[in-house]
Write a protein that binds this ligand. Structure first.
Ligand code: ADP
Length: 166
């Protein structure tokens, strides 16, 4: 059984994430989507919401499970869960520069390999941060996120829905 992990905040999960997870599922017997919690980070959605959205969206795909990653080291999580590969999507050379030392460190710490998949051209520009920003400023994000996420973005929080001064 070849098991891989796609780790991330998924705050919220978007179409770029989904594409990489689906490709990982084609390469491995099982893919764990590990939803991280970092108490130094401020999330828009709670861990439960982030996991729910990921579970709903990925329910139709075989061989994928969604679970919390906890707070510890990813290398330890992989060792504990019998995971042999970390799968990461790469959008740019800056993603690569950021990921390379972590990949080397994770391999040194626990022997886990990191597999980089080039992001699909349509999704190169997608990030959870940008999508949240567009939404808050009243933009249409329906091309970027699955339905399970769209219905959770409360209309009242979009700038388009806010009463304006003056
Ligand atoms: P973080 O844990 O850094 O907040 P995210 O939850 O935003 O990361 O993303 C998790 C992982 O998903 C990233 O490390 C990257 O591998 C992948 N990813 C993010 N955005 C894209 C995208 N647009 N296309 C492909 N892969 C992506």
């Amino acid at each position: 059984m070849r098991r891989a992990v796609c780790p991330g905040s998924f705050d919220p999960i978007h179409n770029g994430h989904l594409e990489v997870i689906a490709r990982a599922a084609g390469l491995f017997d099982e893919v764990v989507v590990a939803v991280s919690t970092n108490y130094a980070k401020k999330y828009r959605f709670s861990l439960e919401e982030r996991m729910d959205m990921a579970r709903q969206t990925l329910a139709s795909l075989r061989g994928i499970i969604v679970e919390p990653m906890g707070e510890g080291l990813l290398a330890e999580y992989c060792r504990h869960r019998g995971i042999s590969a970390i799968v990461k999507g790469l959008r740019s050379s800056s993603d690569f520069d950021y990921e390379l030392p972590m990949a080397t460190m994770n391999r040194q710490l626990s022997g886990v390999e990191t597999v980089f998949l080039p992001a699909e051209a349509h999704y190169l520009h997608l990030s959870s941060t940008l999508i949240k920003e567009i939404f808050l400023l009243g933009g249409d994000v329906s091309d970027f996120v699955p339905k399970s996420v769209l219905k959770r973005l409360p209309a009242g929080e979009s700038a388009a829905e806010q009463p304006r001064n003056g």
